[in-house]
Design a protein around this ligand. Structure first.
Ligand SMILES: CC(C)(COP(=O)(O)OP(=O)(O)OC[C@H]1O[C@@H](n2cnc3c(N)ncnc32)[C@H](O)[C@@H]1OP(=O)(O)O)[C@@H](O)C(=O)NCCC(=O)NCCS
Length: 181
């Protein structure tokens, strides 16, 4: 799915939100590598990133062509500072109404409203794609993310006390959330 829009954040910072394209593959992978090293709240470790730049480029091309998935990047001063996306829960017709949401922003850009813009844009894309429900899972003590999701209208529908097992923190409880569209 294609998308591009520039918004002005508080303090006059110009933020470009657009769908990632094949030529973003390397820079996006570098940003993902950093965001995954900066937090213990994401599913994977930096060394678990799959594929290489070429595979990433092909996957971004496919996502851009798709009518029901999107990979958005947040660009400040021509630098990719975060990303967010929606993916279909599955290919079967009975779950065709459900999409998953994921997001990460470089730590030095937290608290500027970039997360909120990415989240709202993804919700808009999910509506455009015709989904009826957006879903996510979040570590229970990830206050910043929980605040973002609650404000967008996501509601908790369950928990898994042993959702993740972090090398640093041990078991992490996961909160399952959903937004009816
Ligand atoms: C979660 C994340 C995407 C938020 O991005 P961000 O750009 O900082 O988001 P925003 O600036 O829009 O702020 C998000 C919320 O955090 C709140 N916030 C700001 N500082 C905070 C703090 N110190 N503690 C708790 N909440 C805080 C903001 O008020 C905002 O809530 P609101 O929408 O109710 O006002 C970002 O912190 C991140 O990438 N974290 C690591 C990866 C991650 O956890 N991803 C989500 C996995 S489920």
């Amino acid at each position: 799915m294609r998308y591009a829009k520039t918004v002005l954040l508080m303090g006059g910072v110009e933020l470009l939100v657009r769908n990632a394209v094949a030529s973003d593959a390397r820079a996006l992978r570098e940003t993902m590598q950093r965001t995954h090293a900066q937090t213990d709240y994401l599913l994977s470790y930096p060394d678990e990133q799959s594929g290489d730049d070429e595979q990433e480029a092909r996957s971004l091309e496919e996502t851009e062509r798709s009518g029901n998935e999107v990979e958005l990047i947040a660009v400040v001063d021509e630098r990719i500072v975060g990303s967010a996306g929606i993916t279909a829960v599955g290919g079967k017709r009975k779950v065709g109404h459900r999409a998953r949401f994921g997001i990460s922003v470089l730590q030095e850009y937290w608290g500027m409203g970039i997360g909120r813009v990415l989240m709202e844009t993804c919700i808009g894309c999910a509506l455009r794609a015709g989904y009826a429900q957006l879903e996510l899972e979040v570590v229970a003590d990830n206050e910043r993310a929980l605040s973002l999701y609650r404000r967008a209208g996501f509601e908790e529908y369950g928990r898994n006390p042993r959702g993740y097992r972090s090398a640093a923190a041990g078991y992490q409880e996961l909160v399952y959330m959903r937004l009816e569209l």
